[in-house]
Design a protein around this ligand. Sequence first.
Ligand code: PMP
Length: 434
Amino acid sequence: WDMSSSQWLKRDREVVAQSPYAPPLVLERGRGCELWDVDGRRFLDFEAGQFCMNTGHSHPSVTEAISRQATVLMQIGNRFTTPARIQLAERLAALAPDPLGVTFFCSTGSEANETALRIAKLVTGRFEVVALARGYHGRTASAYGLSSATRRMRRGAGPQMPGIVHIDTPYAYRCPFACGTCDQRCWRHSVEMIDRASSGEPAAVIVEFIQGAGGIIPVPADWAREVRRFCDERGALLIADEALTGLGRTGRWFAFEHTEVVPDIVVTSKALGGGVPAAAVITSREIAAAALAKGFVQSASHQGDPFQCAVALANLDVMETEDLPGNAERMGRRLMDGLRELTARHRLAGDARGIGLIAGLEIVDSDKDGGGETPELAAAVSVACLERGLIVGGLRPGIREGNTLRLAPPLTVSAQEIDEALTILDSALTDVAA
Ligand code: PMP
């Protein structure tokens, strides 16, 4: 390009509605975990293209599938099937544990959550839905109402979907119930909230097994078991929103596999299409049949398109042949060891948590035991990282909410890249503390 970042950014501000989250970068190309901007500066992408690029930027097998399928067949309308769609659904059925074996295709996480909710409501004949505080499920109408990851996201939106009950997140680091000694007191409190605020018989409980936007909060296995039991006793469906955590990121294909719990409906999106929008709602044969028998129709312009499915298949092939879940586990351990070492040494580093390659580093002022939330400090650390060539997720300058940096590189990340990111974080923490 014969134009610099600053010239591009000036043009951008004139014609593109600006996100308050936007860092001042104009990116041009990527490869694996690396991105380059138009000025030729290199960045490590520890946000993996907003968690979409599990196989890394421009993986040769994925780009080959993209160009091959583009010359063969892109889109045929959702009434028709193709070998690619059938094979992708078979592959997802093989990856998900029994009885999850039937897929409804869509394009985005929000759309997939809407689909999951519609299925749950239709099958149960109920309308109330339980969601977690600090959760994020998307920006379409119902998903929006279920989300509360940021305080101001619903500003100006007006009334939300009726029947939503928000319960506490089992957030060990900031547990008001002295977590660890409480014998699931937070869950019992949540059941009281459900019974006070609703009929007590919801259509569904929707859970991110690791909350993403809310601050990388894995739900404890014991808590997940209580939720499963609650759903079984009350006749509600358990929906796992794995938009962010699915497809190998945690070292397993799905985050719920770190617990004993199997949900009734699983939503997966982002990483499925390797950069191409694709999402899947996976459920049991029984639930799918019940929904269809009651007249459920999934009908969108982009839903299991040959292009989406062929690319997703190539993308899943890469994950399997390169054992990316295995690499996520190994590199995740290296990343977590490094983050724990930083929390031991740095005043501002409060808590390191996560599973596999979805890690959070909570930034605090001085009280390391779940003290004051310090979004300004956290944003300052993320800016200091960016200046040193590391893109981390979750916090941007000017956004005064949340204080957990999200670290989630492509699953192809190398040990050297993990170490480089940790070195940058170390220096950023030192700089901001000074
Ligand atoms: N669910 C979760 C857990 C998410 O993190 C997101 C996106 N960040 C969504 C749903 C919404 O997905 P999309 O942006 O593709 O609509």
